[in-house]
Write a protein that binds this ligand. Structure first.
Ligand code: NI
Length: 396
């Protein structure tokens, strides 16, 4: 049997075990940076495969090393995130969340179980490859500052230092059986914007005696869109959205202040910094011109995510080799953010997507919704593809 057939049959042989692991994780979700039981469970599973994990990395994270022959030759890191979201699950399934108000609605249970499956496959094949595989199970992808940045600080990418790192994420609108890749720029940086516009409240019938923060805020919201239409290069994806405006006056009362919250997303660090400055300047000068004052705060989120073009091209070819041309698609830019971007800043990296949808089975809900679920047939694809990419890239 050649190596590809071995990978396929090992993935097939443990398919039910990986489904069971995914269901256990799904039924026992934990919020970001609180993944204590998940972490213990992952450690136990690894030990049962004969792999010794290093626990307590960045508190609830863990790493482990699978050494093949000539272990120093090349090191590939594989990453999964383990945290869940504050969402009440609405699915009526046997593996429904037992943790009230918490749900694996972003598929991190899938990423974790499929990395465990990959670990088991690769550990069984360690006599057949040269180099090492570093497993990274990280906490807190969903919450700033991002578990990835803490894992890096805790030394997850040192001793040994990986040559490349791979991560995967579920993609519900892509059918199970298919996977997607994108070379270069893929996901956005995401920053939170908080503006407080202060004026002087009073009777709405006497505007001349007040400084109306609502009118000032309206101007600010409209003016800030120039960041997208007049300042961003037409080549640079940029999003500015405000989702919360609080002004607690009344039909006849002008309030003292207005609070505004929004998100700014783009794909270039230099432009990101410049846009921050410009937005602040626009908001402050407009407010000043209208007699009010303004506090403009930006909380920086994750950086943008850039896939290594060469590595991603190779990974895409390994995927075609394993799954066939029809099952490998090109991805569009995605203006969501992901803390895997921290790894892409310090290592040669590739983040790809695992199709998990199935229209016939009615599995179509997006991530971050109470009805999100996956076609579990995708787990086998996740395991065999990650194993195959690793084995091929170790040889490269
Ligand atoms: Ni996610």
């Amino acid at each position: 049997m050649d190596l590809k057939e071995k990978v396929k049959s090992l993935a097939e042989a443990q398919a039910q075990e990986i489904v069971d692991i995914r269901r256990h994780l799904h039924a026992h979700p934990e919020l970001s940076f609180q993944e204590h039981e998940t972490s213990k469970y992952v450690a136990e599973r690894l030990k049962s495969f004969g792999i010794t994990p290093t626990e307590g990395v960045a508190d609830t994270g863990l790493t482990a090393l699978i050494e093949g022959k000539n272990p120093q030759k090349k090191v590939i890191a594989l990453r999964a995130d383990m945290d869940a979201l504050p969402i009440q699950e609405a699915n009526d399934v046997p593996y429904k969340s037992t943790n009230n108000g918490v749900m694996h609605a972003c598929g991190h249970d899938v990423h974790t179980s499929s990395l465990l499956g990959t670990a088991k496959v690769l550990n069984q094949l360690k006599g057949e490859f040269e180099g090492s595989v570093k497993l990274i199970f990280q906490p807190g992808e969903e919450k700033i500052p991002g578990g990835a940045s803490l894992m890096i600080k805790a030394g997850a990418l040192e001793a040994p230092k990986p040559n490349h790192i791979f991560g995967q994420h579920v993609l519900p609108h892509l059918p199970a059986g298919k996977v997607g890749f994108r070379e270069g720029m893929y996901m956005a940086s995401a920053d939170e914007i908080y503006i407080t516009v202060k004026g002087k409240g009073g009777h709405a019938a006497m505007p001349e005696k007040n400084i109306d923060p609502i009118l000032i805020t309206s101007h600010i919201i409209v003016a800030l869109q120039q960041i997208v239409s007049r300042h961003a290069s037409p080549k640079m994806p940029t999003v500015l959205s405000f989702g919360r405006v609080i002004a607690e006056g009344a039909t006849n009362v002008i309030p003292n202040e207005v609070k505004v919250e929004g998100t700014f997303r783009t794909m270039d660090e230099e432009w990101r910094a410049k846009a921050h400055q410009r937005m602040k300047a626009i908001a402050e000068s407009l407010t000043e011109g209208m007699g009010g004052s303004c506090e403009f705060e930006i909380r920086r989120g994750y950086p943008f995510l850039k896939n290594s073009p060469e590595l991603t091209q190779r990974a895409r070819n390994y995927a075609i080799d394993l799954l066939g041309n029809d099952n490998v698609v090109d991805l569009d830019l995605w203006l969501a953010a992901e803390d895997f971007s921290y790894y892409t800043q310090v290592a040669d990296a590739c983040f790809y997507r695992l199709g998990t949808g199935n229209e016939e089975k009615g599995i179509t809900s997006s991530v971050h919704t109470p009805t999100f679920d996956i076609d579990e047939d995708a787990l086998k694809v996740g395991v065999s593809l990650m194993s195959w990419i690793t084995l091929q890239e170790l040889k490269h």
